[in-house]
Design a protein around this ligand. Structure first.
Ligand SMILES: Nc1ncnc2c1ncn2[C@@H]1O[C@H](COP(=O)(O)OP(=O)(O)OP(=O)(O)O)[C@@H](O)[C@H]1O
Ligand SMILES: [Mg+2]
Length: 244
């Protein structure tokens, strides 16, 4: 479904991705796990065409994407992207924020109203249509962003740090939502996180990213039971942080 082969990407002298490869199967949730600054967001942006790789191949459904592809524009509604920052538009209320991608895809207004209501219910936020982003808590903003990400019922959903900056209870709620959204819209998903616990909760498979490439891959169980030093190192560091 989504395949990256030998992706290289530098900013100036700094090599961020150095031969990154991964393959996401149809319908699965693939988690890219790794510490801050290793290029996780850059990888998502390359998948969706917001950034271009210096070399390597990006394919979706076996079709190789051209260097200058812009998935958001060429295939409205097919991709959902939850930005790390949430990226709600501050001068639009919740309803209009959710309606935006649907209007872009030329959906009729009564259908927009139906879908906005349905998706807000899915993130357990009924009745907030008229609220402005500034009036929402951090966790609510994340959930509204999540609703907007899936409002077009995309086949492919990319989540960038969906739980960063949220308390553990709200994080767990978001994780549960991702899992339930996954089972309801049957999308293929890529989730980026630096949090082992989140990864374990939502992943079908996890890819550990370091030094510009995926250095290890497996189901949550395989990762937990791995004897690979690098995986154990990362799990150990995360567990220490969580208990300190
Ligand atoms: N547009 C850009 N121009 C220049 N450098 C960039 C750009 N985007 C990202 N970088 C650099 O690439 C590196 C990787 O960034 P990226 O945002 O992918 O990290 P990340 O793994 O998502 O980290 P975090 O977990 O903190 O979000 C960083 O050093 C960042 O400064
Ligand atoms: Mg990031």
């Amino acid at each position: 479904m989504i395949e990256l082969q030998d992706i290289k990407k530098s900013f100036g002298e700094k090599r961020i991705l150095n031969g990154l490869g991964l393959r996401v199967r149809e319908g699965e949730t693939y988690v890219i796990l790794g510490p801050s600054g290793v290029g996780k967001s850059v990888t998502l942006k390359i998948i969706i065409g917001l950034l271009q790789a210096d070399s390597g191949v990006v394919s979706i459904d076996g079709r190789r994407l051209s260097a200058a592809h812009d998935v958001m524009d060429n295939r409205p509604g097919e991709f959902g992207y939850l930005f790390q920052s949430g990226a709600l538009i501050n001068w639009l209320n919740v309803y209009d924020n959710l309606a935006l991608p649907l209007r872009h895809a030329r959906v009729a207004e009564n259908e927009i109203a139906r879908r906005v209501k349905e998706k807000l219910a899915m993130v357990e936020l009924d009745g907030v249509e008229k609220m402005m982003p500034d009036e929402l808590s951090g966790g609510m903003k994340k959930r509204v962003s999540l609703a907007r990400t899936i409002v077009t019922e995309p086949r492919i959903v990319l989540y960038d740090e969906p739980t960063t900056g949220l308390d553990p209870i709200v994080s767990d709620k978001i994780n549960r939502l991702i899992v339930s959204i996954q089972s309801r819209i049957r999308a293929t998903s890529v989730v980026v996180t630096h949090d082992m616990h989140n990864a374990m909760t939502v992943a079908d498979r996890i890819g550990l990213i370091d030094e510009g490439r995926i250095i290890a891959e497996g189901t949550p169980e395989e990762m937990m039971n791995s004897t690979d030093e690098r995986i154990r190192g990362f799990i150990f560091a995360t567990t220490l942080k969580a208990t300190s």
